[in-house]
Write a protein that binds this ligand. Structure first.
Ligand code: NI
Length: 218
């Protein structure tokens, strides 16, 4: 299941984040790619260092403060985050993300778009499923969360520069069906809280969610 989440940052924070990302130093993105992915990966990513870590810390804090992100991902931790940059002609061909990164299982992948959609051409994230390709191209500050077990690619950037922070989440729940059921329960609870909290339904929904999480969390 795909989730698109906005409103992670207020306008001033987003502007500061975009400026910080543009000022980082970048190196060949193949450094962190697996052998197969390295054959199709043509981009740049930020060199590790204090400036990059500050960007990643802001992104992580923004995600962890988001109820939508927490509900969709049930994050146990972040296996890795990278700041990526695609200039004209660069792309990332079809690949699957590594199952284990830095000793952690990758359950969900995300891309936080940090360039305004009309400031570059091409560069869509395309995720394959059995029936069709799904093209995702978001505004700056919006993040897409998608299953790490998918084949996906980044289409060539044909004009301008595309900045993004990409990352991988280890979830408390490895089974996406369990995550989706709990997400739906969160939605139902939020709906009930808004109106009919007095009839006991909210308590029952909360009990069911808590017991399912207790049953499944590892
Ligand atoms: Ni990938």
């Amino acid at each position: 299941m795909f989730h698109i989440i906005g409103d992670l940052f207020d306008a001033a924070s987003l502007t500061a984040l975009k400026e910080a990302v543009a000022e980082l130093d970048y190196e060949d993105g193949r450094r962190t790619a697996g052998a197969l992915a390295a054959r199709v990966k043509r981009n740049a990513q930020a060199v590790p260092g204090p400036a990059r870590e500050a960007v990643i810390a802001k992104v992580q804090a923004g995600l962890m403060a988001s109820s939508a992100f927490n509900s969709a991902a049930r994050p146990k931790g972040f296996a890795r985050m990278l700041v990526s940059r695609y200039d004209g002609g660069q792309a990332y061909g079809t690949h699957v993300d590594d199952a284990i990164m830095a000793g952690a299982r990758t359950d969900l992948s995300f891309t936080l778009f940090l360039s305004d959609a009309d400031s570059y051409a091409g560069g869509g994230l395309v995720v394959q499923d059995r029936a069709e390709d799904r093209l995702i191209r978001l505004n700056a500050g919006e993040v897409v969360l998608y299953p790490s077990d998918t084949l996906h690619r980044v289409e060539p950037v044909t004009d301008g520069t595309r900045f993004a922070v990409v990352g991988w989440v280890t979830s408390w729940l490895r089974d996406p069906r369990q995550r989706e059921m709990l997400f739906d329960l969160d939605q139902a609870i939020a709906f009930e809280r808004a109106g009919r909290a007095e009839d006991g339904q909210l308590d029952r929904l909360a009990q069911l969610r808590s017991n399912l999480l207790r049953l499944w969390a590892e």
